[in-house]
Design a protein. Structure first.
Length: 363
């Protein structure tokens, strides 16, 4: 499977936005410190169907793609579909649409989940102080191995097969760590580039003028194949904000910090950072997490992909088929855009969220 380049994706959505009358791109953030895999310039673009400062627009639905780089291929496809197939978006007169296209363009281009500093953007959007996960050191030898062996794969699968053991393991390995720059789920020492770009965007009148926002952050990989999970990063599943989220998106919302979701609780994630940076806005944020495969298959692929990026010297004696299988699984987990059945399920899950967001903003 050949995934579209950043240049192809940018041209596609730009052409669609130009063709869709009434769409603008008044805010673009260049990624001047890095280049794409083909040497191209990278950027995050904000496509919107209203002009900056339009006094008639008080609310907006914000659709975000590419927080986890390679996962942006599915998000890009959904954003293009909104422009291509849903010209009559059904939005109330006072409600606009903003598409944040590829907030982590480097990861998209290089087909990694992380950015150019190996930072997971959903662990690197903190303000003053990052988290402190000392549990990571207890699993570091397993998730930052010295070699790729069948025994390693078996050990990783064993740690994630049992639900209770997986919960403990993920608290150490997945929730975020800020002291091992070449490790997995690294959050960085300071706010990541995408987090700084988000902060600048929230100060721009395009977002700061709004009184109410519903944000949908698009992700792939976790959960059963073809099943869309609605994840909410609020600190608790109780209280008025949690109830507001349930009222809008239904009782099936999974609150990741309440211990009952397809993922573990995390620190430094994107949506809470967006909410903090829009303090005068009535903000509701959820992630659509579209399942692709089992965690027993996907997690070893994450570990191997990270090792290959940082330690190519470790693969000289490794069976090439093992490497190929792991990388094929990585792409299948996070960018299965050539799977037509899965894509149809993704579109159906997104349409449900879209309709719920519109109804919530209309009430």
């Amino acid at each position: 499977m050949i995934l579209p380049s950043f240049g192809d994706a940018y041209r596609e959505i730009s052409d669609l936005a130009f063709s869709a009358r009434g769409f603008y791109n008044q805010l673009t953030q260049d990624r001047s410190s890095s280049r794409g895999i083909n040497g191209e310039l990278l950027s995050t673009s904000y496509f919107h169907n209203f002009l900056r400062g339009d006094p008639g627009i008080k609310k907006a639905i914000v659709i975000i793609s590419g927080v986890h780089g390679i996962e942006g291929h599915a998000g890009h496809a959904l954003q293009c579909r909104l422009l291509r197939e849903k010209m009559d978006l059904g939005l109330p007169p006072d409600t606009g649409l903003i598409l944040i296209h590829l907030i982590n363009p480097w990861g998209f281009s290089h087909q990694r989940r992380v950015d150019e500093c190996n930072i997971d953007v959903n662990r690197g959007c903190f303000d003053d102080e990052h988290g402190n996960n000392l549990l990571y050191d207890g699993v570091r030898s397993l998730v930052e191995p010295d070699d790729i062996t069948l025994a390693l794969l078996a050990a990783l699968k064993e740690r994630v097969s049992d639900p209770e053991e997986r919960r403990k393991f993920f608290a150490a390995a997945v929730s975020g760590q800020w002291h091992s720059p070449k490790g997995i789920f690294y959050g960085g020492e300071t706010t990541c580039i995408s987090g700084r770009h988000l902060q600048a965007a929230c100060h721009d009148v395009l977002l700061s003028q709004l009184e109410q926002i519903v944000a949908i952050d698009l992700h792939t990989g976790l959960g059963p194949y073809g099943v869309g999970s609605i994840l909410c990063p609020l600190p608790s599943n109780e209280g008025p904000e949690a109830e507001k989220t349930r009222k809008m998106f239904g009782s099936g919302v999974q609150f990741i910090n309440a211990g009952k979701s397809v993922t573990t609780s995390v620190s430094g994630d994107f949506l809470p950072a967006m909410q903090r940076r829009l303090p005068n806005c009535d903000f509701t944020g959820v992630a659509l997490e579209m399942g692709t495969t089992t965690v027993e298959e996907s997690f070893p692929a994450i570990v191997i992909e990270n090792l290959l990026h940082h330690r190519l010297d470790k693969i000289s004696g490794v069976d090439p088929k093992l490497i190929k299988d792991a990388m094929d699984m990585f792409r299948k987990t996070f960018a299965p855009i050539d799977d037509e059945v899965w894509m149809q399920k993704l579109k159906a899950s997104f349409d449900g969220l879209w309709n719920s967001a519109i109804q919530g903003l209309s009430s």
